[in-house]
Design a protein around this ligand. Structure first.
Ligand code: GSH
Length: 247
């Protein structure tokens, strides 16, 4: 059995759900409420993912973490649906270079930007001390340090500016690549494209106008429209917020 521990609106969960849909794989959902209940900080979940992050995959009792690793595992193990990893070793290498950029530049930067925008309601109703006690439970030491630092100092203007600069740098690289190829690694959509797929919607949600002005990067704009039009994207985004009626 294939069980995905995930959160409805998490970018990393959406990457994996798009992959599952593209590959037409059946899966069972275990929704982890990282927002209201903060289940990622509970011991039962830390036994699954010691970093206190979603997603995590349970394949017949074998646990795998890290969304980009899970996506590559799914493509390797399941011979169904689309083939999402290039057969050519160089293209496969480039796919991983793009995935690395999306993880270490885009994901980390949008995390800092979201913290001071759409995620701010996460912290309403909790005192400084209650939040500190929660963040001390975060499994990943780097994330724990960042959250404790943000609790005291917020996200500085300098950090916001450097986060935007890092994302713009990646979008510029995408623009140059997409002038030459239809998808990031050639004529076929690959996991590199899926790894980036959830972020344009995040840029919109966070009103980051400098990242959503497609007249500056028209090829990137076409890519966004193309990936968002895929049925697998719609399927991944259709996963409902189980707490919608309680919020
Ligand atoms: N490198 C990890 C990052 C996972 C990650 O950042 N997950 C976020 C949601 S997209 C999370 O679980 N955050 C927990 C929190 O906000 O406390 C991966 O790709 O799986």
């Amino acid at each position: 059995m294939l069980k995905l521990y995930h959160y409805w609106s998490s970018t990393c969960s959406r990457r994996v759900r798009i992959t599952l849909a593209e590959k037409e794989i059946d899966w069972v959902s275990h929704h982890v409420d990282i927002h209201t209940k903060k289940e990622q900080l509970e011991d039962w979940y830390k036994a699954i993912n010691p970093n206190s992050y979603v997603p995590a995959l349970d394949h017949d009792g074998k646990i795998l973490i890290e969304s980009l690793v899970i996506m590559q595992y799914l493509d390797e193990v399941f011979d169904t649906g689309a083939k999402l990893v290039p057969g050519d070793a160089y293209e496969r290498g480039m796919m991983r270079v793009w995935m690395d950029r999306f993880e270490y530049a885009v994901h980390k930067a949008i995390n800092a930007l979201s913290h001071s925008r759409s995620h701010s309601d996460k912290f309403v109703g909790l005192s400084h001390e209650e939040l500190k006690a929660l963040w001390l439970k975060v499994g990943n030491p780097e994330k724990r340090r960042i959250l404790l630092h943000r609790l005291e100092h917020g996200v500085s203007e300098a950090e916001e500016a450097s986060s935007i600069e890092r994302i713009e740098n990646v979008l510029d690289m995408m623009e140059r690549q997409l002038e030459k190829t239809v998808w990031l690694c050639g004529d076929q959509m690959t996991l590199a494209d899926i790894a980036m797929a959830p972020y344009p919607e995040r840029f919109e949600a966070n009103k980051l106008d400098m990242l959503t002005d497609y007249s500056k990067r028209p090829r990137y704009g076409e890519w966004v429209a193309k990936i968002q039009a895929r049925p697998a994207y719609a399927e991944a985004y259709a996963f409902p917020n189980p707490n919608a009626d309680k919020q």
